[in-house]
Design a protein around this ligand. Structure first.
Ligand code: S3P
Length: 176
């Protein structure tokens, strides 16, 4: 990367719905940029010694969301510019949206058609919200969250008909 690359000093934060490819694209980006990938679900699991599903079942969604805020705050505060894969629900909390707005991170919304999301999210162990009727849930979720992703995003990258590498390339071009 050249010195003029605009995201050289910034975290790149990937937001978007479950199944949009935040973690896979994040892995490619982190490798290409020689950065650490901070994945909010993984950070929560490491910190609590429990899976997302266990936290959800044992302590409930509010406890999970509180952990989500903690790890987002921690990831954004890290000195080294990194790639942050922020789980789909991160945008729900006004506190999280403020954290994103107040940081100078470059936030990219990975936008996917709900049909594509549906294909990808079947059998997601860390996605208890999709246990019953994933199609109806995902469509309603997209309706209710779309404006929130738009609100936090500095850039929008469509993932439809693109490979993970192509999406990663498109994210990098947003920063050029
Ligand atoms: C959620 C997204 C999931 C996980 C949890 C809740 C959401 O992460 O944090 O199941 O509310 O959108 P991914 O976006 O990585 O699937």
């Amino acid at each position: 990367m050249t010195q003029t690359w605009e995201c050289a000093e910034q975290h790149i934060v990937l937001v978007g719905m479950m199944g949009a490819g935040k973690s896979s694209v994040g892995r490619v980006l982190a490798q290409r940029l020689g950065r650490e990938l901070l994945d909010s679900d993984e950070m929560i699991e490491r910190r609590s010694g429990r899976t997302v599903r266990e936290i959800w079942n044992e302590k409930g969604e509010p406890a999970f969301r509180a952990l989500e805020t903690e790890v987002l705050d921690e990831a954004l505060a890290s000195d080294e510019p990194s790639v942050i894969a922020a789980a789909g629900g991160v945008v729900l909390s006004p506190a999280n949206r403020t954290l994103l707005a107040d940081s100078d991170a470059h936030v990219v919304w990975l936008l996917a058609d709900v049909d594509l999301l549906l294909d990808r999210v079947r059998n997601g162990m860390h996605r208890p919200l999709l246990d019953d009727d994933p199609e109806t849930t995902l469509r309603a979720m997209f309706e209710s969250r779309e404006h929130l992703y738009k609100q936090v995003a500095d850039a929008i990258v469509s993932v439809d008909h693109r490979s993970i590498n192509e999406v990663a390339g498109a994210v990098l071009r947003c920063c050029a």
